[in-house]
Ligand binder design. Structure first.
Ligand code: ZN
Length: 353
C-alpha cells in the first residue's frame, strides 16, 4: 500500500544528527554503535531514503525545524531568531541537495502532486520521494513577513509553535495564547494558501487559531487524549473542529502519544500498532467515516525505536497496519483512504493550482 506520511523530520536527521540518509538503516545504526553514540535515539533509527523507498512512501511532508531556546547548552535549539532562520535555510539546502541527487522531489502545486503520485504508482522503485515543505514552529520567521520568502522557496504548510512558547505563541505543554505577530502571520498564510498545522498548539492558541484563521487546517502528527491523556493530544472537541473544517489528522507513531503514562527514557513501549488502529478508529467514531484520518508518523523525530510501538522496529513495519485494519473490519477502500487517499484529497485542494 502506498504511503503518504504527513510528518517527517528528514533534515533534522540529515543535518542536525549528521546521518547520511542515503545509507540503509542497518549501516546508520552500525556506525552509531561503533562510535558508541549513546544519546537518546542514537543507534535506534528506523528510517533512511532506501528504507522509505522499500516501505513505499510516495509522498511526505518534511520539516524545517529550528526551535529557539534560551539556554546555550540546551540539547535542541538555538538561542537567537537569526540562528533559527539560518538553520531553516540549512534544512532547505539539504532538501535541495537531495533533490539534485535524485532522492527527493519537491511538490509545490496540485499538478506536481498528481503527476508525482501517478509516476510513483507506475514506478515505485525508481521514483524519488515526493515532499511538501512544512515548518514545525515558526521560530525561523524573523518577522511575520518572512513567510513570503519561505513560501517562494516552496513552503506550503506551517505550524506556529513546537514545545513550549515561542515569539508567535504557546505550544505543547504551555497554556499561553497567540502573540499579535501570530495574528499577522495567519493573515499572510491565508493570502498565500499556506495550510496551518494545528499540531503543537497550546489549547488556548488552538482556539485562537480557530477563531482568526479562515484558511485550510490540518493536524500533521496528532493523536487523541481519549487514547493517551495529556496535553500533546487533542480533546474530542479539537478533533471535531479539524473534521468540521474538512481537515485531516495524521496518526503519530511516537509512543509518548499512544501509551498512557509513558515517560521518555524510562518506560519501555508496551503498546503495539493495535493502539495506532485504536486511534484511527477513534477519529472515525467522531466523524462517522474514515475521511479525516491519515498517517503522520513523526518517526525518527528526535527519538528511535526505544519510543515506537513494540512491533515497529523499522519504517517498513508500518505496512502491517494493513493486516490489522483488515482484521478489525476496515473495508479495503477505507484502508486505502487512510494510507494515502485522505491526504491526497486534502493537498489536492489545499495546494495552489
Ligand atoms: Zn512534532
Amino acid at each position: 500500500m502506498l504511503i503518504f506520511d504527513a510528518h517527517l523530520d528528514l533534515a533534522l536527521n540529515g543535518v542536525d544528527w549528521n546521518r547520511d540518509l542515503r545509507q540503509c538503516v542497518d549501516d546508520i545504526r552500525a556506525q552509531e554503535t561503533t562510535l558508541e553514540m549513546t544519546e537518546k535515539g542514537r543507534q535506534n533509527n528506523v528510517l533512511s531514503f532506501p528504507e522509505l523507498q522499500f516501505s513505499k512512501v510516495a509522498v511526505c511532508l518534511t520539516t524545517l525545524l529550528a526551535r529557539q531556546e534560551q539556554p546555550i547548552n540546551h540539547a535542541f535549539g538555538w538561542t537567537s531568531p537569526h540562528a533559527c532562520y539560518a538553520m531553516a535555510h540549512a534544512h532547505l539546502a539539504y532538501y535541495r541537495a537531495m533533490q539534485a541527487d535524485g532522492y527527493l522531489k519537491m511538490l509545490r502545486t496540485r499538478s506536481d502532486l498528481k503527476f508525482h503520485f501517478d509516476a510513483y504508482q507506475a514506478n515505485p522503485n525508481t521514483t524519488p520521494l515526493g515532499f511538501i515543505l512544512t515548518m514545525e514552529g515558526a521560530d525561523p520567521l524573523l518577522t511575520p513577513k518572512t513567510v513570503f520568502e519561505f513560501h517562494e522557496a516552496g513552503l506550503r504548510a506551517l505550524g506556529l509553535t513546537h514545545y513550549g512558547t515561542n515569539r508567535y505563541g504557546g505550544g505543547t505543554r504551555s497554556e499561553v495564547g497567540l502573540s499579535l505577530d501570530a495574528i499577522e502571520l495567519l493573515k499572510y498564510c491565508d493570502e498565500l494558501n499556506v495550510t496551518i498545522d494545528m499540531t503543537h498548539l497550546s489549547d488556548v492558541s488552538f482556539w485562537q487559531v480557530a477563531k482568526h484563521f479562515r484558511g485550510r487546517v490540518h493536524a500533521s502528527h496528532q493523536n487523541a487524549r481519549a487514547i493517551c491523556n495529556w496535553q500533546r493530544q487533542f480533546s474530542d472537541e479539537q478533533i471535531r473542529f479539524v473534521i468540521d473544517r474538512d481537515g485531516v489528522l495524521g496518526v503519530s507513531m511516537d509512543v509518548i502519544m499512544l501509551q498512557d503514562g509513558f515517560v521518555r527514557g524510562v518506560t519501555k513501549p508496551v503498546v503495539t500498532l493495535e493502539r495506532a488502529v485504536d486511534q484511527i478508529d477513534h477519529v472515525c467514531q467522531l466523524s462517522g467515516s474514515i475521511r479525516h484520518v491519515g498517517i503522520g508518523t513523526d518517526l525518527d523525530g528526535g527519538y528511535g525505536f526505544e519510543q515506537t510501538p513494540a512491533d515497529l522496529n523499522r519504517y517498513r513495519d508500518l505496512q502491517s497496519l494493513v493486516a490489522i485494519m483488515q482484521r478489525r473490519g476496515f473495508p479495503q477502500p477505507d484502508i486505502h483512504a487512510f494510507f494515502n487517499g485522505n491526504w491526497m484529497r486534502f493537498f489536492n485542494e489545499a495546494l495552489p493550482e
